[in-house]
Write a protein that binds this ligand. Structure first.
Ligand SMILES: O=C([O-])CC(=O)C(=O)O
Ligand SMILES: [Mg+2]
Length: 216
């Protein structure tokens, strides 16, 4: 799945289907000027995963994964499940739920809590970003609450926010600001590509950023 995605830095071959135009989490964070970055403890389950899509929010209960079984049936295709499990150290998600989610076209999972079946999830190519991994199985009692703001990785994520995760971490862009942020990210990448061209021609970062002129 991720093989078809290209970072915006690579230029013109950006895939049109990427809702974030191929931009990295760090570029989007810088371009936003907002507190959109989740805490760095929320990490990709496997190297090379890219998570991208509008949030479908899930409020669960730590140590209970019934809400995730229901969420897989409620989330629209292309959406990212964004689940608050209170950071609980349980295997709330694994291979079975991954196969169920892929069958329904769900783009990935962002969960403030634990997951398991890491090797199998990687082999399936399903992007999962979580706070921890845990072997421990869960109860199946709480059906969950969907479509309400949730707290994940220290920030509030609302339904429809654009979630982007990669090796650096995860950002959640407010839906109303997403187009503006993506346009600013396009500009930023073009400017940085020009800076890197000049570095390869022998300029220094001190020179290009005018640090010397400012006496720094
Ligand atoms: O079903 C569960 O409890 C979580 C899991 O291991 C899976 O989805 O494979
Ligand atoms: Mg399992």
């Amino acid at each position: 799945m991720t093989d078809s995605l290209t970072n915006a830095r690579a230029g013109d071959d950006r895939p049109l289907q990427d809702p974030a135009r191929g931009h990295s989490s760090a570029t989007l964070s810088e371009a936003s000027g907002l507190a959109v970055a989740l805490c760095p403890e929320i990490r990709s389950l496997w190297a090379g995963a890219r998570l991208c899509g509008p949030a479908f929010t899930v409020q669960g209960a730590g140590g209970d994964n019934l809400a995730l079984h229901h969420a897989v049936l409620q989330a629209p295709p292309g959406s990212v499940l964004v689940a608050d499990l209170g950071g609980a150290r349980f295997g709330h998600w694994g291979e079975i739920l991954t196969v169920a989610a892929q069958h329904r076209g769900i783009a990935g999972l962002l969960i403030d809590g634990g997951v398991r079946d890491t090797s199998e999830t990687e082999a399936l190519g399903f992007p999962v970003f979580s706070r921890n991994n845990s072997i421990l199985g869960t109860r199946k009692h709480f059906r969950g609450v969907f479509g309400r703001p949730v707290q994940v990785g220290g920030i509030t994520v609302r339904p429809g926010d654009l979630v982007v995760g990669d090796v650096d971490g995860v950002v959640a862009l407010p839906q109303a600001d997403a187009e503006r942020i993506l346009d600013r990210a396009d500009t930023r990448v073009a400017q940085e590509n020009e800076l890197m061209k000049q570095l390869r021609e022998g300029h220094s970062t001190l020179d290009l950023y005018d640090f010397e002129a400012a006496g720094r």
